[in-house]
Design a protein around this ligand. Structure first.
Ligand code: 7MF
Ligand code: ZN
Length: 885
């Protein structure tokens, strides 16, 4: 908990470390009621600084110092100073050895940072600043060291003892204990340290590198999960091959380990040679994990594996550079997923997510640049902006340089900076140097927050046969800056003729056409591009593949959007045209609802969706995406003032109209796909993911018709399927239906069958917490009384509280403020248990400026109540205080 005024850390204050640590030798003695950590640090004065020996200030929190010695001389009370965050000693020479022993309490660590217990196993989470809760250290990413780690623990309870690198020795110790020593030959910062001890089983495989050398691969899990590791292992081998083929990057140690733990604050962590995962991101098999969960496992395994180069071999100089590794690695894992599955569908999912959640963050009180200038608590800056917008920035670099130039840039980056801790400027410099280009203006994407707007208008000159597009860019003020300079915005586009074909594109001044889809760089506040040789007014297809993270507007009418939906050669923009059409139609319904008028759905939306449903040449996953209406969260984000009830009413009305008018084609496609599911065993492949996603979205529409044959089909699917994707969809459809008896029966039988599988119970919780039927808060409170629920497990908090506040918008935003009060109470309670989780659950309240005056007052009132609750962690304090500023 925060004891003093919170300190703001600024990028401009960066200073290289005074001392370096060449070697780190750790010994852990694990006991049931405490742990002893012995650290021997071989240190020296950092040669980049001048003479003199300033005081050595080591980071350390919640440590009980037992012993300290400098070059084997025990330190006496007057030889050092300790405060809540540091240990200070005075070196006597430019090279020295510091020994410390501290006592810590992993058994009572509920924050899940540092060394802690998850169930019966010991594990660690050190990124960003968790290592300082393990031992006194220079806990900053530009201090890199080699590590040897010895773990000593009771043999019976903890037969498996793991740490980073290679195993170099093990044996018995006294009192039924045993030890194991690991050596990591690669220099690394402390945030990549890991230790695991427990009764774990593993599946083992090998991977043969391009160079011919074998790597041993192991996935460690609790014994009951040993049958759920195959998908992660296959994903790992695919990731290793992909990084060799696409980036020329080989794995560097002879062993790579993944450990699954149940209590974990995030998805996973890339510790060198020993990745630690939230079990939700490793375990997957047909009966217990959905298609979405299978794809998430594949993506997270890839993400953590890819960090071995983008993060570990080349790491960050300081935490302001976080996007250096995270933006790049998210971009790498997104491209991997696109190559393994459907490229267009992956892009659609990522863009929908970015526009709903990152755009909201960029427009709220916590908005910050991809490379922030300051922070109070670094844990709060593992954000959608750093990760997702950071990935978009890397994607734009590739769009501007082309795939080959980008690969040359990444080769130069890895070669130049292997073994170093660097900055986003170093990354861009490598891209510039490898391509002979100047990206100075482009770098504003790293330093300016906010989502740029790009307004486009057009003009056709019949006499001159020219077509011009004028782009106007602007960026709203954000807490960091009021005035923004123009960005470099790569706009990929095409021009469609009346038949829907792409025209050849020849800009004024060019002697011939250069392709029929190309990238324009918009670099000025206002800029016009003129195309020549255009025989009739074309229809522009703008920002193909979402080539820049901006809010683009062009005055399309609904018929033009229907035309693009059918004819655009870019799959992403076909979907995008459908979304824009749906947004226009839904906004009209929202307006009707607000005026108290009867709702009237524009039949063109039905016609467009009917065409999509009838197009059997379209990939089934694309049909499913095109049938999905923009979510309530996205409709909120694009509203000036979000009317929660009108948004919900309008969207539900449209869904019911679709179910009613398109019942026949939906039913046909549902039955055809369900028949395939019934007759084939589950396969986790893109083709089957696609088929099931169409089957399941069709079912969720069909159930809105409340027809008996649909209820019957839903129950059949629920009971007779062989996989969680079909079973959970059927359950969700029942939970949101008016069939009370069937709903209760299905929930009960599901819980009875899966009560011993916590990950499946998380699904059971979240399907109910997200149900928009009236009475949501009461249901959520009842769920929290269920014996399987606990606030100490982050997955449970996300399944219930996260699903309620994040997805169940009508219930969370109940006009009486009950949802807000509930969330504030919960944050106050979580603040004491797990500050990182508390702070993350706060996000919905920080968006108070989006709502009407009455809701604004209620939301602000709850934020003020949290602030007044006292004893706030720096995590919660930073988010609440910035939200109220
Ligand atoms: C895929 O980035 C994409 C992002 C930090 C923890 C994992 O590897 C990580 C860690 C947070 C938020 C998202 C992700 C991670 C973290 C993540 C996981 C999988 N270095 Br916080
Ligand atoms: Zn990451």
């Amino acid at each position: 908990m925060r004891t003093e005024q919170p300190q703001v850390i600024h990028l401009k204050d960066y200073k290289a470390p005074e001392y370096l640590i060449d070697e780190t030798h750790l010994t852990f003695e694990l006991f049931e009621d405490h742990t002893l950590v012995h650290a021997q640090l071989i240190m020296r004065r950092n040669p980049v600084h001048g003479g003199g020996l300033p005081a050595l200030v080591l980071d350390g929190q919640q440590l009980e110092l037992v012993r300290a010695a400098l070059d084997d001389e025990p330190l006496q009370a007057g030889d050092y100073q300790i405060d809540a965050g540091s240990l200070t000693v005075q070196p006597r020479a430019a090279q020295f050895t510091l020994d410390t022993t501290v006592k810590i309490h992993p058994e009572t660590n509920t924050a899940l940072e540092g060394l802690y217990k998850s169930g019966k196993m010991f594990c660690t989470q050190c990124e960003a600043e968790g290592f300082r809760k393990i031992t006194y250290y220079l806990d900053r990413p530009d201090v890199m060291s080699i590590f040897t780690t010895t773990v000593i623990a009771e043999q019976h309870r903890y037969p498996v003892l793991l740490s980073n690198g290679n195993p170099v020795g093990s044996g018995p110790a006294e009192d039924g204990r045993h030890w194991a020593t690991w050596e990591d030959p690669f220099m690394k910062p402390a945030y990549l340290f890991a230790l695991v001890a427990g009764d774990l089983w593993c599946v083992e495989d090998t991977f043969t590198r391009q160079s011919g050398r074998d790597v041993t691969l192991r996935i460690y899990v609790e014994p009951e999960n040993i049958d759920k590791c195959d998908h992660a292992m296959v994903s790992l081998k695919k990731s290793m091959r992909w990084d060799e083929e696409v980036y020329g990057r080989e794995y560097d140690l002879d062993i790579f380990m993944i450990v699954a733990v149940n209590d974990f604050n995030m998805g996973a962590m890339e510790n060198k040679g020993l990745n630690i995962f939230n079990s939700s991101c490793v375990l997957a098999r047909a009966e217990t994990a959905t298609d979405a969960a299978h794809q998430r496992v594949e993506a997270v395994v890839a993400h953590e594996y890819f960090h071995n180069w983008s993060g570990n071999r080349v790491t960050c100089r300081d935490w302001f550079q976080l996007s250096l590794k995270e933006g790049f690695t998210v971009f790498r894992d997104a491209e991997f997923s696109a190559d393994m599955n459907s490229r267009t569908v992956k892009r659609i999912e990522d863009v929908a997510y970015l526009r709903t959640h990152q755009f909201a963050e960029d427009a709220g009180p916590m908005a910050h640049p991809v490379r922030p200038d300051s922070f109070i608590e670094i844990s709060n800056f593992y954000t959608l902006t750093v990760y997702e917008k950071g990935s978009e920035v890397v994607r734009m670099v590739r769009t501007l340089l082309g795939a080959e130039g980008f690969r040359q840039g990444s080769d130069l980056y890895f070669e130049r900076h292997d073994g170093q801790a660097v900055t986003t400027d170093d990354f861009i410099k490598a891209m510039e140097d490898a391509n002979g280009v100047d990206l100075t203006q482009f770098k504003r994407w790293y330093s300016q927050a906010g989502t740029p707007r790009l307004e486009v208008s057009d003009a056709y000159d019949e006499a001159a046969r020219t077509y011009s597009l004028t782009f106007r860019q602007s960026c709203p003020p954000t807490p960091d800056k009021a005035e923004k300079l123009p960005f470099v915005i790569p706009v990929e586009l095409g021009l469609l003729d009346a038949q829907g074909n792409d025209l050849p594109l020849q800009l004024a001044g060019e002697s011939s056409a250069v392709g029929s889809t190309r990238v324009l760089s918009v670099t000025e506040a206002e800029q016009t591009f003129v195309f020549q040789g255009i025989e009739a007014r074309p229809l522009p297809s703008l920002l193909r593949g979402f080539s820049a993270p901006v809010k683009l507007s062009f005055p399309y009418d609904r018929d033009q959007l229907m035309f693009l939906m059918q004819h655009d050669s870019d799959g992403f923009n076909r979907w995008e045209a459908g979304q824009q059409l749906a947004v226009q139609v839904l906004q009209e319904l929202i307006g009707q609802h607000q005026l108290g008028q009867a709702l009237q759905l524009d039949p063109r939306l039905l016609k467009a969706l009917d065409t999509v449903l009838g197009d059997t040449s379209l990939d089934a996953a694309m049909v499913a995406e095109m049938l999905s209406l923009p979510g309530e969260g996205y409709l909120t984000e694009i509203s000036q003032v979000a009317d929660v009830d009108a948004i919900h009413a309008a969207r539900e009305f449209a869904r019911r109209q679709i179910a009613e008018h398109l019942f026949e084609p939906l039913w046909t496609r549902y039955q055809a796909n369900r028949a395939v599911s019934r007759n084939t065993a589950y396969v986790a492949s893109a083709e089957h993911f696609a088929r099931r996603s169409l089957q399941n979205i069709a079912l969720s529409y069909l159930m809105l018709s409340v027809k008996p044959q649909v209820l019957e089909a839903t129950l059949e699917q629920f009971e007779q399927c062989d996989n969680m994707t079909e079973r959970l969809t059927a359950l969700a459809v029942l939970v949101n239906s008016p069939f009370e008896a069937e709903r209760a029966k299905a929930l009960e039988s599901f819980a009875e069958h899966f009560k011993d599988n916590p990950l499946v119970m998380d699904q059971w919780f979240s399907v109910q917490a997200a149900s928009t039927l009236p009475g949501g808060l009461a249901r959520v409170k009842a769920l929290m009384q269920h014996p399987a629920f606990t606030l100490k497990n982050p997955n449970k908090v996300r399944a219930v509280v996260g699903a309620f506040a994040g997805q169940n918008l009508v219930n969370f935003h109940a006009a009486d403020g009950s949802g807000y009060r509930f969330l504030a109470d919960l944050v106050i309670e979580l603040n004491a248990l797990n500050p990182q989780i508390a702070s993350r659950q706060l996000a919905p309240l920080t968006r108070w400026r989006k709502y009407d005056a009455a809701r604004q007052a209620l939301m602000k009132g709850e934020l003020e109540r949290i602030l007044a609750a006292g004893e706030l962690s720096s995590d919660v304090y930073e988010v609440v205080s910035k939200s109220l500023a």
